[in-house]
Ligand binder design. Structure first.
Ligand SMILES: *Cc1c(COP(=O)(O)O)cnc(C)c1O
Length: 412
């Protein structure tokens, strides 16, 4: 069945933008279904990187020569592009980081250490990635804060009534994932944020998965912090974004000390730079920051809603097809999901599934997906996960289904 969406995007044409897809693995054409771990990079992004290194590589901000000015302009143009991508009010609210993990640690180590203390409660959820659990545990250990956890129901949705019960005047911080990387669940973050603000808590949203699938508007959400990684939205690795409301960022102490983040240094006293540079110590990841603008333009060119609709189509198709396999149970059946499907199969370990699929050229992820507490919630050690990007097709889903039948034949 042809849907309207497939007519909107020419997937075969799009696939030609991604050279990595054009290869065989173990004698079969590659099927890349590990997009929630990192997605592939289109030629314009790859070219932006080489153009930077071939044409105007230089250290930024302090240089007065031509290349330094060119690099600085490209770097700051990326900041404006991210500002508009998130609909942030001020460009100074965009801090470049090394990724989602780095952004969360920055907030925990600066906002957390300055403003959270003994007995203060921090709320996270059962479906958090380890990078939105461990930094808060480290903070709690150091500062005597208390970690509270929103439970998840059998469908893989947050139980909001339980969240409301956790909220009190002791709640000082709420840090929740926008979209689950292991289940695909899209959380009602606007409601979560409003409820947190109702008790005066500050909120961080982990947008690592949401950023390439959903329209984002930090002002409409009214979130205090928002973090994501470039490598999950067709951009380079090692680059991420922390958005924070200006007045909160201003009140926070710096994170790393070094060059760029200072105004003046003497051995008696150092004064810190203004936003956003206060949080960008040292030479940043210039090339990757520059290329992020290209990645955002690439997504915008295809239309984020078209990408989301195509992925949703694939999710629906995969859900139907996988449900027909005997002994296969889908983990995560939330009403609102992005193109992520996780499952377990009776009598078969996920690792064996992954190995046998790889033998057929199909790349999936197996294991706990950096969400061990969530796996414990479902009483499993891990799942096999297929996650979709714009370049995936229904034919590839068919390959997966055939592959899984083969896994069952071999293992059962
Ligand atoms: C990938 C991911 C992270 C961590 O991102 P890094 O790029 O590894 O820092 C955090 N949260 C979610 C939901 C993720 O999918």
């Amino acid at each position: 069945m042809q849907s309207a969406i497939e007519n909107t995007l020419d997937i075969e044409q799009i696939r030609r933008d991604f050279p990595v897809l054009d290869q065989t693995v173990n004698g079969r054409p590659l099927v890349y279904f590990d997009n929630a771990a990192t997605n592939q990079k289109p030629l314009p992004v790859i070219h932006a990187l080489t153009r930077y290194y071939e044409g105007y590589n230089a250290n930024i901000h302090r240089g007065i020569h031509h290349l330094a000015e060119q690099a600085t302009a490209a770097f700051e143009a990326s900041r404006r592009a991210v500002q508009s991508f998130l609909n942030a009010k001020h460009w100074e609210e965009i801090i470049f980081t090394y990724g989602t993990t780095d952004g969360i640690n920055l907030v925990a180590q600066t906002y957390g250490r300055r403003f959270l203390g003994k007995g203060d409660e921090i709320i996270i959820s059962t479906m958090e990635h380890h990078s939105n659990i461990v930094p808060w545990q480290m903070l709690c250990e150091e500062r005597g804060c208390i970690l509270k956890v929103i439970p998840v129901d059998d469908n893989g949705e947050l139980i909001l009534e339980e969240y409301e019960k956790l909220l009190s005047e002791r709640t000082k911080f709420v840090s929740v994932v926008h979209v689950s990387n292991s289940l695909g669940t899209i959380n009602p973050v606007k409601t979560i944020i409003d409820l947190a603000h109702g008790v005066g808590a500050v909120v961080l949203i982990d947008g690592a998965q949401a950023s390439s699938h959903l329209e984002l508007d930090v002002q409409a959400l009214d979130t205090d912090f928002y973090v994501f990684s470039a490598h999950k939205l067709y951009g380079p690795t090692g680059m991420g974004v922390l958005y924070g409301k200006k007045e909160i960022l201003d009140a926070m102490p710096p994170y790393r000390g070094g060059g760029e983040m200072i105004k003046e240094v003497t051995f008696e006293k150092t004064t810190y730079n203004d936003l956003p540079y206060k949080f960008e110590a040292g030479t940043p990841n210039i090339a990757d920051v520059v290329a992020v603008k290209t990645a955002l333009e690439y997504m915008a060119g295809l239309g984020k809603e078209n990408i989301a609709a195509h992925e949703h189509d694939l999710l629906q198709y995969a859900t139907e097809q996988l449900s027909e396999l005997e002994g296969l149970r889908i983990i995560g059946q939330a009403k609102h999901k992005i193109g992520v499907i996780s499952w377990v199969m009776d009598g078969i370990h996920h690792q064996d599934t992954g190995v046998i699929l790889d033998q057929q050229g199909i790349a999936v992820r197996t294991g706990h997906h950096c969400c061990q507490p969530l796996m414990q919630r479902f009483g499993i050690t891990g799942t096999t996960r297929a996650s979709f990007a714009v370049y995936n097709t229904k034919d590839e889903v068919d390959r997966l289904v055939t592959g899984l039948r083969r896994v069952q034949k071999m293992m059962l």
